[in-house]
Design a protein around this ligand. Sequence first.
Ligand code: MN
Length: 311
Amino acid sequence: MSGPISPEDSATYIDEKRESVSRRSFELYPSRDTVVGNTHVRRALPKRQRRTIGAWCFADHFGPERLNGKPGMEVGPHPHIGLQTVTWLIEGEIVHRDSLGSEQPIHPGQLNLMTAGRGVSHSEESSGRKLPSIHGIQLWVAQPDTTRNDEPAFEHHDAIPEATFDNASAKVFMGSFGGATSSARTDTPIVGMEATLGIGASIFALRKDFEYGLIVLGGKVAFNSQMITPGNLAYFGTSRDELSLTAHEPSIFLLLGGEPFPYEPLMWWNFVARSREEITQAYSDWQSHAERFGQLTSVLDRIEAPKPQWL
Ligand code: MN
C-alpha cells in the first residue's frame, strides 16, 4: 500500500509561510477517503495544513474490509525516493516485493520497513484468497538530508517490543516508548506504536520535544471531551509531558511522534524531496526505466507516473 500523493493532499510547492509547530495544541483533522489499488483508504496525512508530524509524512488507514475471496489490495511496481515505507497490519496478510530482491509476507504485529533513499521500487499484494479480511495502515517517514540520497534498504521485524500501562498495552514498532525500544532503523528521532486500550482511562508519558499525532484504528478514544474515531487525525503539538486518554469501549490506536522535521518536504506522487527539480528527475528516471529504480518482476502491472503539473 502506498501513495500516490495528489495536490489535494499536499501543495506542489514549498510553503514559505509554513505553519509553525504548535505547542500543546489540539487539532482534529478529517481524513480524506480515497482508493489505492482497489482498496479504500482513509488518508490521515499529509494534510495541506500539516504535512508532517515529526518525520511522519503519510498515513493511509485501510479496512477492516471483508475480501470474500477477492484478491484485495494489489499495488503493482512503483518507485519511491526520500522516504521509508512502514507497513503495519491488524488483520490479514500482505506480500511485499522490491527491487532489492526482497519477498516478504507480513502479518499482524510485524513490521515491514523499506528505506527508499535515492531510489527503490516495490509492489504490494494482499492475500485475500488465503485470509478473509484486511485491516492495517501504511505510513511514510521522510528521510533527512543526511540519508535521503543513500542506497535503499529493507528490514522485516517479527519481534516487536511491548510496553504495558494501566488499562493499556503497546507494541512499539519504531523508536522508544514506555521503556520498550524497537530495533527498526530510524533516521531521525521518532516514535511509532500501536496501543490497545481497555475501557477506562490510561496515561502515557510523552517527550516534550516531540510533537504527536493519534489515529484511531478501532473503537473510539476520548481526549478531554473530544472524541477521536477512525477517519480522523488528532494532533497534539509539542511541550506535553503526558497524554491522558479514556476509552468507553475497547479501542486500538496508533500514536506517531517525533522531533518537528527541520523543513517542509515536497511530496508529489510517490516521491518525497526538497525541490521540483529532484521530483522531475525521479519522474523521468522512472518513465525511462532507469537503473536507479532497479528491476522488479511482478504479475501486477507497472504503475506509470503522471506528468508533474509544473512540466
Ligand atoms: Mn509504495
